[in-house]
Write a protein that binds this ligand. Structure first.
Ligand SMILES: Nc1ncnc2c1ncn2[C@@H]1O[C@H](COP(=O)(O)OP(=O)(O)OP(=O)(O)O)[C@@H](O)[C@H]1O
Length: 409
């Protein structure tokens, strides 16, 4: 299930191994060489370090081997899934935190929109020597890579469930990112930009990005460990032609909820920031749904007698995920390669400016996504916030080599 130890560079294939965007490995230009400088912090899924590679400072997010209940895995009991390795692997590629993050960053790269998040420089599989050195250097912090922030396991119980070919524990997986800082101050203009970024991420088929100020580095979204990037078994029924048509509306509803929850999270973030920064000269004055919880909703509802319409800002399914990737070196972009190479020659080495010829053009005013639903559902959605009033309604199972939705309750 987890990526195995590479025997040569050729094994460092873009990940994950499923439909959709894939992240390339970090280019060490030779053997892996990392200097660990500092421990920055941890979240539910990972530990983050300040590191140096080839004289340059980065942030390295090293992912834990988390409980199956911490991501959208197949049904699990207690901490562990009872599903087979084949089933777990199918889900792993789309939804496990490391895979989720690889997919979202890879989408930004292939679409030429890296400016929408903290910069990502690829994934790495930490070699044994670096793992040992890092664990020794930070032994006083008792860092654990099994379990989560609330329940770290002292043993390798989770990591040892799916061993590689050689019978060794799988390598710790990491993503190399731009090093930055949490926001000290958030002004209305910053918040407006973040909201614009969320809309644009969704236009690129990336939803459920867990918007919160603790996720912002250099005022940009930094954490995609829960993100759903199209094509995904939640959003794209076409991935499994055996899904019965009656399930399609349920999947649409699930996708809608994940999408709109990003705006609820944004509004929660603004509200919380204003509460916690009363000393800030001016309050943040931008909401996705202005006044939706504080005073009566201003949702733009069409006045129909029996059915109400609720909107989210973008339908992420409209992103054409079959479009050839824009990232250099992708064979699928054949026709575009010539143009890109000519453009690249003019650019300085190391410049990461997107090629305007291959960059996905995003509609400045994307059409809103109206959900056709009954009064009860509409009322519930209008009352919901990120933390209250909504929950996923589907769970997922693996049958005959494919992922199917089923009702949660
Ligand atoms: N690029 C970065 N530069 C500096 N600090 C960072 C960077 N990325 C993450 N951090 C710090 O590390 C912490 C954990 O990172 P992150 O949120 O990505 O982990 P996570 O396990 O996915 O968290 P969560 O529980 O929110 O899902 C962040 O709160 C942030 O303070």
């Amino acid at each position: 299930m987890y990526p195995d130890w590479p025997e040569s560079d050729a094994d460092l294939v873009p990940l994950p191994r499923c439909h959709g965007p894939k992240l390339k490995p970090f280019d060490f230009q030779g053997p892996q060489k990392i200097k660990f400088l500092d421990y920055i912090g941890e979240g539910l899924h990972a530990h983050v370090f300040k590191i140096k590679i080839m004289g340059k400072i980065y942030a390295l997010k090293l992912f834990r081997f988390v409980y199956d209940g911490d991501w959208m895995s197949p049904d699990y009991e207690g901490f562990y899934a009872t599903a087979s390795l084949e089933a777990m692997s199918a889900f792993y590629e789309y939804s496990e935190p490391f895979s989720s993050e690889c997919r979202a960053f890879a989408r930004l790269q292939e679409a030429g929109h890296e400016e929408l998040a903290v910069q990502c420089f690829g994934y790495l599989l930490l070699d044994e020597e670096h793992e040992r050195a890092m664990m020794d250097q930070f032994s006083h912090l008792r860092i654990r890579f099994n379990g989560n922030i609330d329940g770290p396991l002292a043993s390798d119980e989770l990591r040892s469930r799916f061993l590689g070919k050689s019978g060794r524990l799988p390598p710790i997986r990491g993503i190399v990112k731009e090093f930055g800082h949490l926001p000290q101050a958030l002004q209305t203009r910053d918040a407006r930009k973040i909201l614009q970024h969320v809309i644009r991420l969704q236009q690129l088929g990336i939803i459920y990005v867990d918007v919160a100020d603790r996720q912002l580095i250099n005022n940009k979204i930094c954490d995609f460990s829960t993100a759903i990037t199209t094509p995904h078994y939640v959003t794209n029924p076409e991935l499994n032609p055996l899904i019965a048509p009656e399930w399609i509306p349920a999947m649409e509803f699930e996708t809608f909820q994940f999408s709109i929850s990003d705006y609820w999270s944004f509004d929660d973030m603004v509200q919380l920031w204003n509460e916690e920064h009363k000393d800030q000269k001016s309050k943040i004055a931008v909401y996705a749904f202005p006044g939706s919880r504080v005073c009566p909703t201003k949702y733009n509802l069409r006045n129909t007698p029996s059915r109400q319409r609720v909107f989210s800002f973008v339908d992420p399914r409209l992103y054409d995920w079959r479009r050839p990737a824009a990232s250099p070196g992708n064979k699928a972009t054949g026709a575009l390669d010539g143009q890109r190479k000519r453009g690249q020659r003019k650019r300085k080495m190391g410049s990461r400016r997107a090629d305007p010829k291959t960059r996905v053009r995003l509609d400045a005013k994307p059409p809103k996504w109206y959900l056709d639903c009954n009064d009860k559902v509409a009322a519930k959605l209008k009352r919901a916030t990120a933390g209250r009033g909504w929950s996923t309604s589907l769970s997922w199972e693996f049958r005959d080599g494919r992922i199917f939705p089923r009702n949660k309750y």
